[in-house]
Design a protein around this ligand. Structure first.
Ligand code: IPE
Ligand code: IPE
Ligand code: MG
Length: 253
């Protein structure tokens, strides 16, 4: 069987792919297992997809791992997820480094237990100099939290006299988001058959191509990623313009 990889145009890859890794709990339930069993298996998909993106040469991969709303899940699940996060980072940091992958984190780190924060900070430090794939983990993250945070920080700058209201533009807002160092995602993938954004990158996804698949996250592998990228490459990104305008600008003069 030939791989979908051959269908992908390496010169037109999305620079930034964002993924809502959904469906772990249902995957486990369908097997008569506990939800945490699904989360454990989800880690294998993370490993596979990170590797797939690094091999392709994708610049940025953002993974939605835990939302601010997920704190309201049953305590055993929240604790299980935190422990899984810490043990995974501990196990994987060496291979991230070996593959020149730089780890980033976006989200409300103050909500994380201290042991998780320490582990993350260490991994951020260890991978800081790497120049390959940028792996952005969205942890205790939500788009509304991020925007609220940005508004507060901008207001503070104005109050301190360091910023004039008239100076505030889209670049200012961008600068105060957690993602100020990253380009906007061009492709957003959600697994497990849910058709919603669930408070993910609300500002940054303005013109992202959205791709939904029924595959549950623990079953998601490189081939599924290639399928999503091939689908993305078949779309016309118009950014508010007409099809004719795009064709005109492509025609060499
Ligand atoms: C995604 O899987 C992982 C997290 C949100 C942490 P879910 O745990 O949401 O799985 P479902 O959607 O209940 O199947
Ligand atoms: C979104 O999934 C958050 C993550 C994948 C981390 P949820 O499972 O929490 O979203 P809803 O509740 O189905 O919208
Ligand atoms: Mg879910």
């Amino acid at each position: 069987m030939s791989s979908l990889l051959e269908k992908i145009d390496k010169n037109r890859l999305p620079k930034h792919i964002a993924i809502i890794m959904d469906g772990n709990g249902r995957w486990a339930k369908e097997k008569g297992e506990d939800r945490l069993f699904g989360h454990y298996h989800g880690v294998e998909s993370v490993r596979n997809i990170v590797e797939g993106c690094a091999e392709l040469g994708v610049g940025y991969l953002t993974l939605y791992a835990f939302s601010t709303e997920n704190w309201d899940r049953p305590e055993y699940e929240v604790v299980g997820l935190m422990e899984l996060l810490v043990s995974t980072i501990r196990k994987e940091v060496e291979s991230l480094n070996k593959n020149n992958i730089r780890l980033h984190v976006i989200g409300d780190m103050s909500m994380l237990p201290e042991y998780a924060r320490n582990e993350l900070n260490e991994a951020l430090d260890i991978t800081r100099e790497n120049t390959g794939l940028n792996l952005v983990m969205a942890l205790s993250y939500s788009g509304r939290w991020e925007l609220l945070n940005a508004v507060k920080n901008i207001a503070f700058e104005v109050k301190q006299g360091r910023l004039q209201v008239e100076q505030i533009n889209q670049d200012t807002l961008q600068h105060f988001l957690c993602t100020s160092d990253f380009p906007d995602p061009e492709l957003m993938i959600r697994t497990s058959g849910e058709y919603r954004i669930s408070n993910f990158l609300l500002y940054q996804l303005a013109y992202a191509e959205l791709y939904f698949t029924n595959v549950r996250w623990p079953d998601f592998r490189k081939e599924n990623l290639y399928e999503a990228i091939a689908d993305y490459q078949n779309r016309e990104r118009r950014f508010g313009k007409t099809s004719d305008q795009l064709e005109e600008s492509e025609t060499p003069v």
